[in-house]
Design a protein around this ligand. Structure first.
Ligand code: LFR
Length: 478
């Protein structure tokens, strides 16, 4: 049996709708819609245009439904962000995790619970944007007294399509409120003053949420009556499903963020893992995503945006070519530094980073771009060494998936600095992870993640980069 399904994949800078056919030996994808996602700053902060995203996404589903009827649809997005509702209506416009209210949220959480205790409960890397921090700001502003429901963004879309409210488990694991045993941390919520009644039932990837309702279908012109299914609705969870890895494989899910890590059978919430800032996020089929957020191509895209705003005409391809021809060594910075987190002038922040340490900053566009990529690659290498050490799992090969897998220079530098072969692709790993889990729920794809990954290996184009001898392997970052 072959299934035709659609994936709505929302990224922090763009969204897309992909239609796919999945069956024995078959995995064909076709992008039917792509749209920009730009957060909007208004008086009270930085917000996502959720209605614009929903409109674009559902119009994409309508396009996907013309021709072959869709059996199902699923939504994934970046993690941690959510909407608050009262009696079914959205209260306010969801915030972007890059809004700086998160700093206040961290303070409020810290005042109640110490990091090591929190880590032992939920296993998450300390990041300002975690849902729990954002919720503490909502609480301080009195919003939790009016809200009666919290829905993560993919679950909000699922609710708008079907009328049913659930929380998908992999994304719930990024809230800081889900314990390592996958139950809501009611005791912690009581201590933080977050009402437990806000949180809906947790469902697993593969669960049928319900059909898209008739009013929605008519409004958007969607043909047929596709079911909405839960998948790994945290985009990184879906991306990891589609990493074509075998034992000894590690992954870098490379986009706005670089999520660098391994899959483990269970969480590793030890003092060593906490020290090295590793997170334990829930994976599909109960696996653990033991990984670290190492910033990502965000630093590069914000740099290009800054240069273009200043009148520069060089686009990304020209900048990458220029960076590739830098054949001298460039200085390397720590891409995980919080300075690179908010939107803004990254070249300036990079310069400041070096100057504050009495070091020579990179000069000129080509050196800056090269320095960003070398720094990311070095960050990956250090993180993968830590992952192997802490987990005791040997790493023999690194898979790069997501848009960053198309960045040939970054892939090569990653091979050089890790000293390991890098297998790049698929670029659309998140959408692939979504359609595979949908197809499996429909009985059109095999049962185990290993078999799903074998299907990715057999059907997608992958490129291998071998480490070059003589290239820099380590820097003082480690
Ligand atoms: C990647 C991602 C990361 C998460 C960050 C913020 O798109 O989902 O996994 O840490 O965005 O939500």
């Amino acid at each position: 049996m072959t299934a035709t399904v659609a994936a709505i994949d929302l990224g922090a800078t763009s969204g897309r709708v992909v239609r796919a056919e999945v069956g024995p030996g078959t995995l064909r994808l076709d992008e039917v819609a792509r749209f920009e996602n730009r957060p909007v700053r208004i008086g009270d902060g930085l917000h996502w245009s959720v209605l614009a995203l929903y409109d674009e996404a559902l119009r994409g589903v309508a396009t996907a439904s013309h021709g072959a009827p869709l059996a199902s649809v699923a939504v994934d997005s970046w993690a941690v962000d959510y909407g608050l509702l009262r009696r079914g209506s959205l209260l306010g416009i969801p915030y972007s995790y890059r809004d700086d209210r998160t700093a206040r949220g961290l303070e409020l959480v810290d005042a109640v619970i110490a990091q090591p205790e929190l880590y032992a409960r939920c296993g998450l890397q300390r990041m300002p944007f975690t849902t729990i921090n954002q919720l503490m700001v909502d609480r301080e502003r009195g919003l939790l007294e009016v809200a009666d429901r919290l829905l993560m963004l993919p679950d909000l879309f699922g609710y708008w399509m079907t009328g049913r409210m659930v929380t998908e488990r992999t994304n719930a694991s990024t809230t800081g409120l889900l314990r390592l045993d996958d139950t809501w941390d009611l005791d912690l919520m009581a201590r933080l003053g977050i009402p437990a009644s806000l949180l809906p039932e947790v469902v697993d990837p593969g669960t049928r949420i319900g059909p898209i309702d008739a009013i929605t279908r008519a409004h958007f012109g969607i043909e047929g009556a596709p079911d909405v299914l839960a998948i790994g609705s945290h985009d990184t969870a879906s991306a990891v499903v589609a990493v074509p890895m075998e034992p000894g494989g590690a992954y870098i899910s490379s986009g706005t963020w670089s999520l660098v890590g391994i899959e483990t059978p269970a969480p590793i919430a030890t003092a060593e893992a906490l020290d090295a800032s590793f997170t334990n996020e829930g994976g599909v089929d109960g696996r653990t995503r033991f990984l670290k957020n190492v910033m990502g191509l965000w630093i590069l895209s914000e740099s290009v945006r800054t240069w273009q705003a200043a009148g520069d005409r060089m686009g990304l391809p020209e900048l990458l070519d220029a960076a590739a021809s830098v054949d001298w060594s460039v200085p390397v910075f720590d891409p995980t530094d919080a300075a690179f987190y908010p939107p803004g002038d990254m070249p300036e922040r990079i310069r400041t980073w070096f100057e504050e340490r009495g070091q020579r900053p990179p000069r000129g566009r080509a050196e800056v771009v090269r320095s960003i990529l070398e720094s990311l690659a070095e960050g990956y290498a250090v993180t993968l060494r830590d992952a192997a050490r802490i987990s005791g799992q040997g790493i023999e090969r690194v898979h790069v998936v997501g848009g960053g897998s198309r960045n040939t220079l970054l892939c090569q530098l990653t091979a050089d600095r890790t000293g390991l072969p890098v297998v790049a692709g698929p670029a659309e790993a998140t959408a692939i992870g979504s359609v595979l889990v949908q197809a499996r729920a429909l009985g059109a794809a095999p049962a185990s993640l290993e078999e799903l990954r074998a299907l990715v290996r057999a059907t997608q184009t992958l490129t291998t980069y071998l480490p070059r001898t003589g290239a820099p392997q380590r820097s003082d970052l480690s």
